[in-house]
Ligand binder design. Structure first.
Ligand SMILES: Nc1ncnc2c1ncn2[C@@H]1O[C@H](COP(=O)(O)OP(=O)(O)OP(=O)(O)O)[C@@H](O)[C@H]1O
Length: 317
C-alpha cells in the first residue's frame, strides 16, 4: 500500500522549517523562514538587495549555519547528515572563486572527487558539451572570457550529478545570448529531473523560467505562489485610450469607472481585472461616445511580474 504521507514527503526536495539567521554583528538576516521546494520544479527567489537570498541559499548548502530551525534536503538533515545531503546539492555561486590556474577538465574532475563520487569522464564530457565548453576542456580557466568562466561555474556545480541545483544570480552581468543559453540549459536540467532554485534580480528571468516564485523582503518570506496564479491574482490589464481632442477633466457621469486622465488630457487609462469575466470595455466605449468623447486609438497592456514585484517589496511591512 502506498503511504500518502511518505509520498508527499517524497515530493519535497528541500524542506526549510522555521529557519532564522542572526549574524555575529547582531543583524537578523532571516526570520522564521518556512519553505518547501518541490521535486523537479524551478523555484525563483526574488528580493531586493540584502533581503537574505544568499544567506538562505548558503544555509541550505551548508556554507552558513542557521541560528535556528531545520533544513532537510532529500529528506535528510543538512547538519546531521552533511556529507550525504551536500553531495545531492550543486551550487552555482555569484562569485567566481575557481582555481584559475587549473584547466577546466581538472577543475571538474577535482570537484566531482570532493563529493566522493567515482570518476566518470563520460559524465564530465556530457556536462562540458551541454555547456558548449568541450573545446575548452584543456584551457586554463584564467584564459577564458567572463561568460565562459560562468559556464565553468555551472559545469563545476554539475560535476557530481546533484539532484538539487542552486543558482545564485546566474545571469547577473552576462550578455543576452549567454542568458538565453543558460535558460535553455536550466530547462534541460529540469526536464531530466533536477530541482532548480535560482535567485535573480531580473524579473524577466523569473517570469520566463519559474514554476513558482518566492518573494523575500527584509529576511521574511512574504509570498510563495505559483507563477501563473500570482500573475492572475495580482495582475491587471490597462487599456489606453488616445482621445481625438484633449479634455480638461473626466465628466462626473464617468466617475464610477476606474478611469484616469493623463496630465495633457489627451488619453484615458482604464484598468480592469484580468480575472473578471466581463472587462466592461464595450459599455465603457459606449459611454464615452454618449459623452461626446471621441478617440483615435486604443491599446492594452498587462501588468508584468515586475510591476507586481515592485508593489510587493515597496508595500509597508
Ligand atoms: N557575514 C555577515 N555578517 C553580517 N551581516 C551579513 C553577513 N552576510 C550578510 N549579511 C547581511 O545580511 C543581509 C542579507 O544578505 P544576503 O547576502 O543574504 O542578501 P541578498 O538578498 O542575497 O542580497 P543581494 O541581492 O545583494 O545578493 C544583508 O543586509 C547583509 O549585509
Amino acid at each position: 500500500m502506498p503511504n500518502p504521507a511518505h509520498d508527499a514527503a517524497n515530493d519535497i526536495a528541500v524542506s526549510i522549517r522555521d529557519v532564522g539567521k542572526t549574524y555575529a554583528s547582531g543583524f537578523e538576516a532571516l526570520k522564521h523562514v518556512n519553505l518547501d521546494i518541490r521535486r523537479g520544479e524551478i523555484f525563483a527567489l526574488l528580493g531586493p538587495n540584502g533581503a537574505g537570498k544568499t544567506t538562505l541559499i548558503s544555509i541550505v548548502c551548508g556554507i552558513v549555519n542557521a541560528s535556528s530551525g531545520t533544513v532537510l534536503a532529500d529528506g535528510h538533515d543538512i547538519v546531521r547528515e552533511y556529507r550525504a545531503t551536500r553531495s545531492k546539492i550543486g551550487l552555482v555561486p555569484q562569485e567566481l572563486s575557481t582555481d584559475t590556474f587549473e584547466t577546466v577538465w581538472s577543475t571538474l574532475k577535482f570537484s566531482r572527487g570532493l563529493f566522493g563520487k567515482a570518476p566518470d569522464p563520460a559524465h564530465l564530457e556530457q556536462v562540458l558539451r551541454d555547456l558548449s565548453l568541450w573545446d575548452k576542456k584543456d584551457a586554463k580557466i584564467m584564459t577564458l572570457s567572463g561568460g565562459m568562466k560562468r559556464r565553468v561555474l555551472i559545469a563545476k556545480a554539475l560535476a557530481h550529478e546533484p539532484s538539487i541545483l542552486f543558482l545564485d544570480e546566474p545571469t547577473a552581468g552576462v550578455d543576452v545570448e549567454l542568458r538565453h543559453d543558460m535558460w535553455r540549459m536550466v530547462r534541460a536540467l529540469r526536464e531530466r529531473g533536477t530541482t532548480i532554485i535560482l535567485t535573480t534580480h531580473y524579473i524577466e528571468e523569473a517570469e520566463e523560467m519559474a514554476d513558482r516564485i518566492g518573494v523575500i523582503r527584509k529576511g521574511e518570506l512574504i509570498l510563495v505562489e505559483d507563477k501563473q496564479t500570482l500573475m492572475r491574482k495580482l495582475g491587471s490589464k490597462q487599456l489606453a485610450i488616445q482621445l481625438m481632442s484633449p479634455i480638461e477633466k473626466l465628466p462626473e457621469s464617468l466617475a464610477d469607472l476606474p478611469l484616469a486622465l493623463s496630465e495633457d488630457g489627451l488619453s484615458l487609462v482604464y484598468s480592469f481585472d484580468t480575472q473578471a469575466d466581463d472587462t466592461g470595455i464595450a459599455p465603457l466605449l459606449r459611454r464615452l461616445h454618449d459623452q461626446g468623447i471621441d478617440f483615435k486609438d486604443l491599446h492594452s497592456s498587462e501588468t508584468s511580474l515586475e510591476d507586481i514585484f515592485v508593489r510587493l517589496v515597496r508595500a509597508p511591512a
